[in-house]
Design a binder for this molecule. Structure first.
Ligand code: FES
Ligand code: FES
Length: 202
């Protein structure tokens, strides 16, 4: 039997096996650590991360920004979207070490002094969510979308949010929220946690 097929706990007995040693060296390289310095939601962090750590893992597990969620891990759903230097990125798509020296904004960094960002307020006003799992990524992508195109058509909004999937809403009210902000008619922000108009008359 080749020593390469042995389970890890038996490797010691094969300490001199060159194949197994190369495999172990490869695993050791994968868990090599690197120190990164980033700014997350306005706060500077300097942390040791494994080279293989995804940005979303770093944000959630080391920085504690659990408002950024993982929906797929395969770059499909957009739930993990954050801003890197002001542009939206899927944080499961890049490594934490690639964010070294950069500024990251998560959904948790949008509200200022307890006042919701206009896009957050618009999602609330238009009831642009149901379960809310896609919402952090949707909001981050929507802000970037309007940064690129302040007055998008409905088609442009739908295309611009093409990388963000929602299993609940059918997208209608998400589009309305973006249109509301684009039109400048979103509420200027409400104290976070306070009652906000739903925009639905009873
Ligand atoms: Fe990143 Fe789905 S978790 S795209
Ligand atoms: Fe449930 Fe979008 S509100 S996935």
């Amino acid at each position: 039997m080749s020593c390469a097929t042995l389970p890890l706990h038996e490797v010691a007995a094969f300490g001199g096996c060159p194949i197994r040693r190369r495999l172990l060296e490869g695993q050791a390289a994968m868990i090599r650590m690197t120190r990164i310095s980033v700014t997350v939601d306005g706060v500077a962090y300097s942390d040791e991360v494994e080279n293989r750590t995804l940005l979303v893992q770093y944000l959630r597990e080391q920085v504690g920004k659990t408002g950024t969620v993982i929906g797929c891990d395969t770059t499909n759903c957009g739930a993990c979207t954050v801003h890197l230097d002001g542009r939206s990125v899927k944080s499961c798509t890049m490594l934490a070490v690639q964010a070294d020296g950069h500024e990251i904004t998560t959904i948790e960094g949008l509200a200022k002094d307890g006042v919701l960002h206009p896009m957050q307020a618009a999602f609330h006003d238009t009831h642009a969510l149901q379960c809310g799992f896609c919402t952090p990524g949707m909001i981050m992508s929507s802000i970037d979308l309007l940064g690129e195109n302040a007055n998008p058509t409905e088609t442009e909004i739908r295309e611009g949010l093409g990388g963000n999937l929602c299993r609940c809403t059918g997208y209608q009210n998400i589009v309305k929220a973006v249109q509301q902000v684009a039109a400048g008619s979103a509420s200027t922000g409400s104290p976070a946690g306070a009652s906000v108009s739903t925009g639905v008359s009873s």
